[in-house]
Design a protein around this ligand. Structure first.
Ligand code: NAG
Ligand code: NAG
Ligand code: NAG
Ligand code: NAG
Ligand code: NAG
Ligand code: NAG
Length: 817
């Protein structure tokens, strides 16, 4: 930003000069700044200040910041001298003026700007002094205009832009170059672009004389209009009141001859939809210096000859979208020094030659969406490094992102969009150097490998929009990470398959103890001597089957433990969670766990109901016999297998109704986010009329109806049955005790068995109940469980019962003896 630097240096030197007693006595009068300085000024500003000095005082205006947008913003001073009432106007539009030293009098300062928030405006100090303040030429490198009332930075001398109100900075500069405008009766030359721009630049005003203002090429429609799209020449009050923007709309064709037959003052050329592919030549727009908006979209353009925009240094908006451009050559955009918005989306660009963005010093937004860019050379965009804040690269073919891609834009780029690229790799530290970067849209449907250091950002970073929710897990603190669609409900930020070492150790212990314990129980029951009583025999059958169910839970846990060893860290960093969830191992594990859970819930219910019938209706004939118990158990296994098979099928057919989590069970403890809203990116819209969207999810719905039906519905009913049975048994026993006396009631085999089985039933009940209650709370949208809590519940609360049961059986055996 050379202008800023320069003015900073001047500011430093000037404030130094003020403090320097050698320079003379100065009294501070006032400071004038553009509204909102030092933040960019608001648009459509016009502001006026009036200052007056005492008759014997001089007035010195020191500009410590003058950052006006060339052509469109204007700071002007009108000075009326007390002594002779001479009116002098100073126009400051170019950042070159450094100070004014005026005789005593009346000073009015007028500022106007257009709508685009671009540079900072101005800040100036005004002093009064009783004698002339000598400006030290060698100190600040200034050029003092001939009238000695104005000084400008030396670099602006002979630049063909008049800065001194008396034209003296452009006098004596030698022969006028060919393409400049030679002012009548002087040796002042001005840039061709200053001709017919509504402002008099020549001493005699001849630059505004022969403008043929309404010249329109045959076959086109043209017209004057005060409309300026918020940027560019204004009808009032920044430019001359009589000066209006000039439109040229053509739809047949366009070439250099058209340009020659078009008024020099044309400000907008709209060739949108005009087939130009063969006609665009280097000279197509020569001589049109006042253009500030260019519409060359949908023109079937295949090639832009370098130099075609040579004369267009006022253009701020260029639309080149929906053409067939395939590459950009060195120098294509030469001349577009004030271009702010460049739209090249929907082309076929695959090659960006070195130097293709040469000369684009001001581009703020650059849209390259939907092109064919793949491998981008190191520092492709570095020529835009002075100004580019928004870069749209969505829907290209970029496969890898690394720090060299955006090299050169470190200090300016604020928003970059990579949405819809087939990105397979993001190199570590790709964004570390980006000092100004605030927002990245990093969407990629692929699971890519991540590294801990990928997302190291510069100090300005605020938001990132991603597709892969894992990326949000490794964002630095303070960064807002938005996921384009809600992640899998069970997505977690865990870096490894099982959370931590405690879980890893416990899952091995619980798994192996469930396997061994239940295996022993089954072996003992099968080989042990057959039970003498029917009750004992039935209980033995039920317990053997319960042990078989718990054994399956052990298998499930060991599968998870082994998979943890196999998957480990790659689970997160290589994004293998989804792969694991849909793997055969996970489906087998899920089947086992589902089967085991349901079989044990039903078996426990059967045990309770059996006890209930025996105790409440001791004389009924409908109590379980050994045969009917076997049949019931058989039915339970069939039902459980059907449910478990169902879960796997539903998982495949309709993942919304049931899907496997990382631990391969889908408990209904999670809701699904829905209602994606698009939010308009207000800043881009207000500045450039360009619509961009950010996406947010706003609500959630119940999901996994299958899981709700089984785990909350069926299981809750089973546990209510169990609860009711045992409450009934409890009261019945108390009642009987009161009626018959302590001894009689306690000695009943049935009752004893009921209380023994309470151990098994109760632990199962207490392992399940929290999950059911949580499930109801979650589905009622009262609480939200994190996926990590979920995994703890599934890995611990449910299986712990299976590991515990063998010990409980042993305990029961002991009580029996
Ligand atoms: C201007 O600056 C030069 C070099 O810094 C110094 O020698 C000279 O005295 C200054 N002149 C005035 C009028 O301050
Ligand atoms: C050129 O087209 C623009 C947009 O369609 C329109 O606003 C303008 O009035 C047109 N100018 C002429 C002279 O037809
Ligand atoms: C350019 O002209 C086309 C048709 O002539 C019109 O649809 C379009 O709105 C114009 N664009 C602008 C920005 O005026
Ligand atoms: C793109 O350009 C073609 C002509 O080249 C035109 O037919 C089509 O309507 C344009 N599409 C859009 C979206 O502007
Ligand atoms: C681009 O063109 C300019 C002017 O012709 C030349 O100076 C420069 O070296 C070229 N750059 C490359 C990379 O070819
Ligand atoms: C960045 O990636 C490109 C390929 O896309 C590669 O050619 C280049 O060497 C990489 N640069 C660095 C610094 O890794």
């Amino acid at each position: 930003m050379p202008v800023t630097l320069l003015s900073l240096i001047f500011a430093a030197l000037l404030t130094g000069a003020v403090a320097n007693p050698d320079v003379g006595e100065m009294k501070y009068l006032t400071t004038l700044v553009s509204p909102n300085y030092p933040d960019p000024y608001p648009y459509d500003t016009t502001q006026e200040w009036i200052l007056e000095t005492a008759p014997d005082e001089k007035m010195t205006v020191l500009l410590y910041s003058l950052e006006l947008e060339r052509f469109w913003d204007m700071l002007s001073f009108t000075h009326i001298s007390h002594q002779d009432n001479i009116v002098t106007s100073y126009r400051l539009g170019t950042n070159a003026v450094t100070s004014l030293s005026l005789a005593s009098g009346h000073l009015s300062v007028h500022f106007c700007s257009d709508r685009v928030l671009d540079l900072n405006g101005f800040a100036l100090n005004i002093f009064t002094a009783d004698n002339h303040i000598p400006t030290n030429e060698s100190d600040i490198g200034d050029f003092i205009c001939e009238s000695e009332t104005q000084s400008i930075s030396y670099s602006s001398r002979c630049d063909m832009i008049v800065d001194c109100h008396d034209f003296s900075d452009e006098v004596g500069c030698g022969v006028c170059p060919d393409d400049s405008f030679h002012c009548r009766e002087t040796d002042v030359c001005i840039l061709p672009g200053l001709q017919c721009d509504g402002w008099q630049d020549c001493p005699h005003g001849d630059d505004e004389e022969i403008c043929e203002t309404l010249k329109c090429p045959a076959g086109c429609s043209c017209g004057e209009s005060p409309f300026n799209e918020g940027h560019g020449p204004q009808s009032q009050p920044c430019s001359k009141p009589t000066w209006l923007s000039f439109w040229v709309n053509c739809s047949n064709t366009w070439n250099g001859d058209y340009a020659k037959n078009t008024a020099i003052k044309s400000t907008v050329i709209n060739l949108s939809g005009t087939p130009l592919y063969e006609n665009l030549e280097v000279s197509s727009f020569y001589g049109l210096h006042q253009l500030h908006a260019f519409y060359l979209d949908s023109c079937q353009l295949e090639y832009l000859p370098p130099g075609v925009f040579r004369d267009q240094n006022r253009v701020w908006r260029m639309a080149l979208f929906n053409n067939s451009l395939t590459y950009l050559e060195n120098g294509t955009f030469e001349g577009l020094t004030n271009l702010r918005a460049l739209y090249m989306e929907h082309n076929l660009i695959s090659r960006l030659d070195e130097g293709c963005f040469r000369g684009l010093h001001s581009v703020f937004i650059f849209d390259l969406e939907s092109n064919k860019l793949s491998d981008l050379r190191h520092g492709t965009f570095e020529d835009l490094g002075g100004s580019l804040e928004r870069l749209a690269l969505e829907a290209n073919l970029i496969r890898s992102i690394n720090s060299s891609l955006l090299a050169g834009l470190e200090n300016v780029l604020q928003v970059v969009n990579f949405q819809g690229n087939p990105i397979v790799e993001i190199a570590p530290e790709s964004f570390t150097q980006m000092q100004a970067l605030e927002d990245i849209h990093l969407l990629s449907a692929k699971s890519i490998s991540l590294y801990p250091e990928i997302f190291k950002f510069g100090p300005s970073f605020q938001t990132v929009l991603v597709f892969d929710p894992r990326m949000c897990c490794i964002m630095p603190d303070g960064v807002t990470c938005t996921i384009i669609e809600p992640p899998h409900p069970l997505f977690t930020c865990r870096k490894t398959f099982l959370q931590n070492n405690t879980v890893k150790v416990f899952i091995w212990i619980l798994g192996i103890s469930a396997l061994i314990g239940n295996a022993i129980v089954i072996y003992m029951r099968l080989t042990g001597k057959s039970k003498s009583s029917a009750i004992a025999s039935i209980q033995s059958t039920l317990i053997t089957n319960l042990a078989a169910a718990d054994f399956l839970m052990g298998v499930y846990m060991v599968i998870l433990a082994v998979m943890d060893l196999v998957i480990g860290d790659t689970y997160f960093w290589e994004g293998r969670a989804q792969e694991w969830r849909s793997s055969l191992s996970c489906q087998i594990a899920g089947f086992m766990s589902f089967l085991s859970s349901e079989a044990s819930v039903f078996l426990v219910t059967l045990i309770s109901v059996d006890r209930f019938i025996c105790i409440i209706f001791p004389f009924t004939l409908r109590r379980l016999t050994v045969g009917s118990a076997r049949l019931a158990v058989f039915m339970i296994w069939i039902a459980s297998i059907l449910l478990a098979v169902g879960s796997i099928l539903v998982n495949k057919l309709n993942p919304d109704a049931y899907s496997l989590s990382d631990v391969c069970v889908g408990l209904p403890l999670i809701r699904k986010l829905t209602d994606l809203n698009s939010e308009i990116d207000a800043y881009t819209y207000s500045q450039f009329g360009h619509t961009r969207y950010n996406i947010v999810a706003s609500s959630s719905i119940s999901t996994w109806q299958f899981s709700i039906a089984v785990f909350l519905g069926l299981n809750l009913i089973s546990f209510l049955v169990i609860l009711v049975s045992y409450i009934a048994i409890f009261f019945k026993v108390r009642l009987t005790r009161q009626e018959v006396g302590r001894k009689a009631a306690g000695s009943s085999d049935d009752v004893r068995m009921a209380f023994k089985m309470l151990l098994v039933v109760g632990t199962d009940f207490f392992c399940w109940m929290p999950i059911i209650v949580l499930g109801i709370l979650v589905q009622a949208d009262i609480i939200i469980l994190s996926s990590d809590v979920y995994a703890w519940l599934v890995v611990f609360v449910l299986p712990i019962n299976s590991s515990l049961n063998p010990f409980l059986y042993t305990l029961i055996e002991r009580i029996q003896k």
